[in-house]
Design a protein around this ligand. Structure first.
Ligand code: HEM
Length: 464
């Protein structure tokens, strides 16, 4: 391992100033998490913060992040945030690590293959068309709500298609937002508070249980359909079995190395993992895109020109997406400025990283959000400038510096799905509407797994 040095020559990570007894840096992190995480780079490439009495080594330089996520990934497990999520979400690929995670990921990967993304994109185009045709010129819409509904539908339709799954899709719309909202609080709050019979916990537990139940029911129905299909049955059973949605792909997937399939319970956990990882992230990114376009009319104008040339006034089609290069730059730049806040890892053995001793069991964290706003890595980092991403740009961001989807064995499995989903929505809106920010509203950045706009009321103005 090129990067592992001997522990005895290593120093301790510097503790970030302002640590209080028992609370550590929890107050700073609680009050202003975004500003606090960004300030850490002033204190070193690997710095220690304490969240209460829980020490975390935060990696503020891209080379260290790359070493942990990619080069030395085998030496790290998931870490505490993921441990706290496991009892709620089970053993899907979002919360697991090691050999089990590798096996599951191998089995899931085909469902995210390019040709399946093209199939999902057909559905996304229909969903986006439904969204933009539901608006009325001059009548304000909440783009946070619209983006969330669209992202939920895209993911739900990817997982379950067909009439039989309608109640499941409806349940996802009802329960998933409650679970996502409570999840972050659960991930950081002490475990003993989970069991308190307060309304907040009850609402959360009930929504999580409803979601699990409905997914179990659909899996059972799919299983029946497959059994009938296999037995040479006709009609609905056999037809349903041929569906190419994620659920049927997972139910029929077999690990090429072991020859084994997944249990129904494991399929359910994977479905929950995808819902949990794939909705709020895309919805939030989409909201920020509309916010940035509303604030940068010159960017919006160029986007409209591109969409007019590629799409015109017909509905968007999946084969339009590769030609939307400026829209893609707008997406990358928005994601640079509005990235996920923090992910953890845990050292499985003692090691030294960048001259700093990391003991066995130590927690590490990286913040795509803070990295992407580092002036040493991006010129004028707070400026929204999609031209950074132009293929001829001289400061086109270096791969290690731009990690909105993470890197290595836990890199986002849904990155291509997210690109298709977001470009489809952006082009569908742009072909028809200009979204004007409602006057007198100040949009703030609210801390969350991926920081969100506090609100985003916009007024559609017809383009044609
Ligand atoms: C703009 C949208 C998205 C962003 C910014 C995003 C970001 C990320 C990041 C940073 C990670 C790695 C976390 C780590 O290092 O521990 C991740 C993992 C993951 N994402 Fe995404 N994601 C997005 C959309 C999606 C979508 C649409 C799906 C599914 C349909 C998805 C499914 C997953 C899964 C399953 C993982 C865990 C992968 C593993 O550990 O093997 N994500 N995502």
């Amino acid at each position: 391992m090129a990067h592992v040095e001997h522990q005895d020559t290593a120093a301790q990570a510097p503790v970030v100033p302002g640590r209080l007894p028992l609370l550590g840096h929890a107050l700073q992190l609680w009050r202003e998490p975004i500003a606090f995480l960004e300030s850490l780079r002033e204190h070193g490439g690997i710095v220690r913060i304490d969240i209460g009495t829980w020490p975390v080594h935060v990696l503020t330089e891209p080379d260290h992040v790359h070493a942990v996520l990619v080069q030395q990934a085998q030496q790290f497990g998931r870490g505490r945030i993921f441990d706290r999520l496991r009892p709620m979400f089970g053993n899907g690929i979002v919360t697991t690590d090691g050999e089990f995670h590798r096996k599951q990921r191998r089995m899931m990967q085909p469902a995210f293959h390019r040709h399946h993304i093209a199939e999902y994109a057909e559905v996304m185009c229909r969903q986006a068309e439904e969204m933009v045709t539901s608006w009325t010129a001059g009548r304000e819409v909440s783009m946070v709500t619209e983006a969330r509904r669209y992202a939920l539908s895209s993911v739900a339709e990817m997982i379950f298609s067909g009439e039989m799954s309608r109640p499941a899709v409806a349940e996802v719309h009802r329960s998933l937002p409650i679970v996502l909202e409570g999840m972050l609080v659960r991930a950081v709050m002490p475990k003993f508070l989970d069991g308190l019979p307060i309304p907040y916990n009850r609402r959360f537990d009930a929504a999580a249980a409803r979601l699990r139940r409905i997914i179990d029911q659909v899996i059972e129905q799919y299983g029946d359909g497959r059994a009938k299909g296999k037995g040479g049955g006709e009609g609905e059973g056999a037809g349903e079995a041929d569906r190419q949605d994620l659920l049927s792909l997972l139910l029929s997937s077999v690990d090429l190395e072991t020859g084994e399939g997944m249990s129904a319970e494991q399929v359910r956990d994977e479905v929950i993992a995808i819902m949990f990882a794939g909705t709020e992230t895309s919805a939030t990114t989409l909201s920020w895109i509309f916010h940035e376009l509303g604030r940068h009319p010159e960017v919006e104008k160029r986007l409209h020109a591109e969409v007019d040339a590629v799409v015109g006034d017909r509905p968007v089609r999946p084969d339009d997406l590769p030609r939307l290069t400026y829209a893609n730059s707008v997406f990358q730049e928005t994601l640079r400025l509005h990235s996920p806040l923090l992910f953890t890892r845990r050292a499985l053995a003692p090691l030294t990283l960048g001259g700093v001793a990391i003991p066995e069991g130590a927690e590490l964290a990286y913040s795509p959000h803070a990295l992407h706003r580092d002036p040493a890595l991006f010129r004028d980092p707070t400026r929204f400038d999609p031209d950074r991403w132009h293929e001829d740009a001289d400061e086109r961001p270096h791969a290690h510096r731009y990690v909105p989807f993470g890197a290595g064995q836990h890199k986002c499995i849904g990155d291509s799905f997210a690109v298709a989903e977001i470009l489809t929505a952006v082009a569908s809106v742009a072909s028809r509407w200009r979204l004007v920010p409602s006057p007198g509203v100040t949009v703030r950045e609210v801390p969350a797994g991926i920081p969100q706009p506090s609100e985003l009321p916009m007024i559609p103005a017809a383009r044609r």
